[in-house]
Design a protein around this ligand. Structure first.
Ligand SMILES: Nc1nc2c(ncn2[C@@H]2O[C@H](COP(=O)(O)OP(=O)(O)OP(=O)(O)O)[C@@H](O)[C@H]2O)c(=O)[nH]1
Length: 318
């Protein structure tokens, strides 16, 4: 087709080079959508490995965790942002700042709306914010969780989504049964500039291991108590290193912060039974992540009103 398409060195991608042999694209994408829209699960489905943290309750993905999709023709780096929401605390404001700065850095944004929930004010709030960047960054409309509803409902949701804002493309997907996940990858890749591979083959995420470990502990600690302590737990890794003289065992010392003394009891449980379960569960996940045995030491501490205190927020990594 076009011999010059692959020559590439710094040449801008054009429509003519699309599909041309040898063209390699690389760049960044992120998914936005209200909490629970399925963004993390979709990232995992695209990357093909559990790296982002998923849960059935909102607001669990706090850090911009990247998943990397390696393909012959492209490398797509997915940045997973926290959910955008109306801020009520300093933490809320910081999270929204992270989201907005992410949007301005990526090549394409995917706006996720679940097929099984009506489009509401939360989605329109996000669309309003997204419209501000849409002139520079293409936004794809994604209807997620199509496996949960009948075909007509998916069609209705696509129509409803189209009315919320102008999209570069619209696509329905299911991360659970894999419906159109490859199609979505194609649509995202098509929006990336021509460029070389940015990460080595096999890299799935560049998020520091300690951040992932802290997220796994937080996830385990929130299990079953989210209604009581939805946003009140933060985790820091104080120390993490292989045990001296052992190459099959990693020692991890972590602090679990709650906001008030009364919450400490909830996390600990009767005679510390709950914390023990949390530790066992987190340890299993961390062992799977690190591919090594793990000794996990967890301490619960009270950091009074950490969500409202800039000094505490900095200490906890926000
Ligand atoms: N049936 C079905 N469930 C899904 C699908 N994708 C996600 N889910 C479920 O929906 C819930 C929320 O998914 P997440 O991927 O954690 O959603 P999120 O948008 O990343 O949520 P936040 O991190 O809170 O912003 C989880 O219980 C998932 O298992 C899907 O394609 N089909």
């Amino acid at each position: 087709m076009n011999e010059w398409g692959a020559a590439g060195q710094g040449a801008a991608a054009t429509a003519e080079t699309e599909g041309g042999g040898g063209v390699h694209r690389s760049g960044f994408a992120c998914f936005v959508g209200r909490p629970n829209a399925g963004k993390s699960t979709l990232t995992n489905a695209l990357v093909g490995s559990k790296i982002a943290i998923t849960s059935s309750k909102p607001q669990t993905t706090r850090h911009a965790i990247r998943g990397i999709v390696h393909r012959q023709d492209a490398q797509l780096i997915i940045v997973d942002t926290p959910g955008l929401h109306r801020p009520r605390t300093l933490l809320g404001q910081r999270l929204n700042d992270v989201v907005r700065s992410t949007w301005s850095e990526v090549d394409v944004v995917g706006f996720c709306v679940p097929a099984d929930e009506t489009i509401g004010p939360g989605d329109r709030f996000i669309a309003g914010e997204l419209a501000k960047v849409a002139r520079r960054t293409p936004v794809l409309g994604i209807v997620t969780k199509t496996d949960l509803v009948a075909g007509e409902r998916v069609a209705e949701q696509l129509v409803a989504l189209q009315e919320v804002m102008e999209f570069a493309d619209l696509v329905p997907v299911s991360a659970v049964d894999g419906f159109q996940v490859d199609k979505l990858a194609d649509l995202l890749v098509a929006r990336l500039p021509e460029g070389p591979q940015l990460y080595p083959d096999g890299d799935l995420t560049d998020e520091p291991e300690q951040t992932l470990v802290a997220e796994l502990i937080r996830e385990a600690a929130l299990e079953g108590v989210r209604d009581e302590l939805p946003h009140s737990i933060a985790v820091t890794i104080e120390e993490m290193h292989p045990r001296q003289g052992r190459d099959d065992l990693v020692d991890i010392y972590a602090h679990l912060y709650v906001e008030r003394p009364s919450q400490k009891g909830i996390v600990l449980g009767h005679r510390g039974a709950r914390l023990k379960e949390v530790g066992a569960k987190a340890r299993r996940h961390i062992e799977a992540l690190l591919g090594s045995r793990v000794y996990l030491d967890l301490h619960v501490k009270v950091a009074k009103d950490w969500q409202r205190d800039p000094k505490q927020l900095r200490k906890l990594g926000f």
